[in-house]
Each structure stands twice: as C-alpha cells, then as structure tokens.
Design a protein around this ligand. Structure first.
Ligand SMILES: NC(=O)c1ccc[n+]([C@@H]2O[C@H](COP(=O)([O-])OP(=O)(O)OC[C@H]3O[C@@H](n4cnc5c(N)ncnc54)[C@H](O)[C@@H]3O)[C@@H](O)[C@H]2O)c1
Ligand SMILES: [Fe+2]
Length: 385
C-alpha cells in the first residue's frame, strides 16, 4: 500500500441552528469585530438576518459586506479586501455558497499579504507568506465544500480564466454546518450544487491519488447524495434530506481536498472562465461524459459507484456495472431538471478551442484515471453539445 497524508484541519460544528450558537467560536479567537462576507440574495434571507442579530446580541460588532458575486472576479475581491482592511475587523465570517467563501478566503489573505489577488493565482508572481485573518464559514449551499478546503477559486476576466490559490493557511478555522441556512435554496441551486458535490466525490474516488481514508469519505458522500439529492430538490423543507446533503458535501470536499479532482473540474473551470457557466451546472452536464471516458482507467471503481448509487448490479459484468454508473449519473441530472447539453447553457462550438486550451492547463488533470489528451476533451465537448 502506498504512503499518504490525509488532513481536514477545519473544525466542524454540525447542527440545526448552529449558526445561532457561534459565540464560543468567536470568543475562542478573542474576536470582537466580525466582518461578514455574503451576497445580495443571502443577505435578505431570514436565517442570515437571525444569525447577524444573534451575534450582535452576543456582544460582537458586525459589519455586513454583501458585494460579493458568483464566481468572484479579481477586481471585486481586491475592492472587497480594501473594505475589510478599513473595517479593522479581527475575524471574517463567510455566509454563502462557494463564491462568497472563496472571496472571503482571498480577502482575508490580502489583509496580511500585499498586492492584488491576481498575483497569487496559480502561475502568479507571489505566494502566500503571512497568516490571513481567521475565517469562519457558514455554507448556504451543499456543494462546493470550500468551507473545509485550502483553495479559493477566482475569475480572471482579463484572461477569461478561473484560477485557484491553494495554500494551507487559507483553510477556514471553523465550518458551521447548519442545514437551516440551506433550506432556502431554490430547486436548481440545490440540484446543481449537489451535483458539484457528487462530482467531487466521484473524481476523488477514481483519482490516481485516492487512498483508503479519502475513499471512505467519497463512498459515504456518493451514497448519501444518491439517497437524498432528489428529496432535497423537490421537497426543500425536508430537514433530513437537507442535513444529509450538507454532510455529504463536507465529506466529498474532504475527499477531494486530499485525493484531488479530475477532468470534469478541469473542463468546468475552463468553461466557467470563458462562458460563465455556473460551476454546478457545468459539472452536472459533463460528469457522465467524462465518466464514460474515464471508466476504462478503473472499471472496478466505476462498477462500485453504480452500487453506491443504489443500482441493481447483480449478475452484470464489471464493464456493464461501470456503464450503469454512467447512466445513473446521467439520469440523476435529468430527474433533477438540470440542463444536460452545452447548447442550453450557451456554450458555442467556437468556444471549444479556448475551453480545450484552458482544460489542458488544469493542474489536477495529472490525477485523472486516464491520460486526457486534447482530442479527448474535444470528444467530450461534442458529446455534451
Ligand atoms: N474553494 C473550493 O474548494 C471550491 C470547490 C468547488 C467549487 N468552488 C467554487 O465555488 C463556486 C460555486 O459555489 P456554489 O456552487 O456554492 O454556488 P455560489 O456560491 O456561486 O452560488 C450560486 C447561486 O446560489 C445562490 N445561493 C447560495 N445559497 C443560497 C441559498 N441558501 N438560498 C438561495 N440562494 C442561494 C447565490 O446567491 C448564487 O446566486 C464556484 O466559483 C466554484 O469554482 C470552490
Ligand atoms: Fe466543484
């Protein structure tokens, strides 16, 4: 068996209304002034308002900053970092989906590290040298898992690319997983962010870097998502399904933060920079097509994914079971009414060469179970078109 290192440094607190019980967390950090990073939609939700009111009641000064946007661009993050600096806050609380959390990670880092966030993106001129302000996260989607990872994904509109900063000290100190904060997600957001979590789990499970601990996290995530994503989407008040999706998203993120991702994220990230396709929708529509290409790299694992998703696999060959996993994922996207073609999300054939170029530069293609060549990416895009 190969050697490996597995870590999930973030402390996790799970519970309904846990976001109303954060006094001890901020006390333990000796924080008095909290800068809260969110977006315009979340800012108006009753659960967010209740969370801020409770922190104020608990004696903390709170400044709400709601100017973050989906897939945060460099300029937005740089401006937001200035506001954070001026606030004099001693801790940052991100309440939102992956976009708000990623913006908050980059902003906290820019308080103690000079320059623009662009300088720190993959391939940039600077590396994170100083510890950022402490970051606490309350995810409002069950998808990105950014609340437990060391990565921040930022959009560089000058280069039409989404790029990451990955550094251990960007990892949030606490993740407060409160399903109540996720109850307001509309069906398409629940479904597509849930498919992002499934993509994390599947890519980690079949990654060349997978190991027994990341496998345990990924397997549990796949089975929880298979059992709960439809209920959470179509019966949004079902607390059991919301809680299970919230946990699955954290498990999947812990798996990929250690084992890596693969070609689905490579293509989705490139498409995000060029066509601005929402991350979960891009993953959902690409996942079955990439699985079809990848299955040959590890038939046994793809076969087991079918079983984890609740498919009847008795009597079938390993190859047939692997194909069943592809079909199960495709059907899941269809059941959830997520766009299933690139055409529907306004990706044009003219964009293919740039999407392929961006994909080939993706760092984690190296752990994809089969070697991905340019012609493979073209084939996947054609099939998804
Ligand atoms: N850092 C990481 O490890 C990591 C991992 C995966 C994805 N990402 C990044 O995260 C981003 C995607 O994050 P996401 O999928 O969580 O979505 P998001 O944060 O981009 O939000 C998507 C939409 O959902 C809305 N929304 C979020 N929570 C809601 C709620 N409870 N009720 C109503 N509306 C709600 C937002 O306002 C937004 O319009 C992408 O930029 C992706 O690249 C980062
Ligand atoms: Fe993702």
């Amino acid at each position: 068996m190969k050697d490996f290192l597995f870590k999930v440094p973030t402390k996790l607190i799970f519970g309904e209304n846990a976001a109303l019980r954060m006094k001890d967390i901020f006390d333990s950090l000796s924080a008095r002034k909290i800068f809260i990073v969110t977006g315009k939609t979340i800012e108006k939700t009753p659960s967010f308002i209740a969370m801020v009111e409770k922190l104020r009641e608990d004696g903390f000064a709170c400044q709400v900053f709601s100017d973050t946007v989906a897939d945060p661009p460099v300029e937005v993050v740089d401006e937001a970092a200035k506001a954070l600096k001026e606030s004099g806050a001693d801790a940052v609380l991100a309440a939102g989906g992956g976009s708000s959390i990623d913006a908050a990670k980059a902003m906290s880092m820019l308080i103690t590290n000079e320059g623009s966030v662009r300088d720190y993106l993959f391939g940039g001129t600077k590396t994170v040298a100083n510890k950022p302000l402490p970051l606490i996260c309350v995810p409002t989607t069950a998808g990105s898992g950014s609340e437990v990872t060391a990565a921040s994904v930022i959009t560089d509109n000058q280069r039409n690319m989404k790029l990451s900063i990955t550094h251990e000290c960007l990892t949030p100190i606490y993740a407060v997983i409160d399903p109540i904060m996720q109850m307001g997600m509309p069906p398409l957001i629940t479904a597509s962010t849930g498919m992002d979590a499934l993509t994390h789990a599947i890519e980690a499970y079949v990654s060349l870097n997978a190991e027994p601990i990341s496998d345990a996290y990924a397997e549990k995530a796949i089975s929880l998502i298979g059992k709960n994503i439809r209920t959470a989407t179509f019966n949004p008040e079902n607390r059991e399904a919301r809680g299970n999706m919230a946990i699955a998203s954290v498990l999947a993120a812990a798996a990929f933060a250690n084992a890596g991702l693969g070609a689905v994220h490579g293509i989705a990230q490139s498409m995000g920079g060029i066509a601005h396709t929402p991350h979960g929708i891009a993953n959902s529509l690409l996942l079955p097509h990439v699985m079809e290409v990848n299955a040959a790299g590890n038939l046994e694992r793809f076969a087991y994914i079918a079983a984890l998703l609740g498919e009847k696999t008795e009597g079938l060959s390993v190859r047939e079971q692997g194909q069943m996993a592809v079909k199960a994922v495709y059907n899941m996207g269809k059941d959830l009414r997520i766009p299933s073609t690139l055409r529907e999300v306004k990706v044009t054939r003219e964009m293919f060469p740039s999407i392929v170029e961006g994909t080939m530069g993706y760092r984690l293609l190296a752990v994809n179970p089969v070697k991905i060549r340019e012609q493979d990416v073209y084939k996947i895009l054609e099939k998804a078109y």
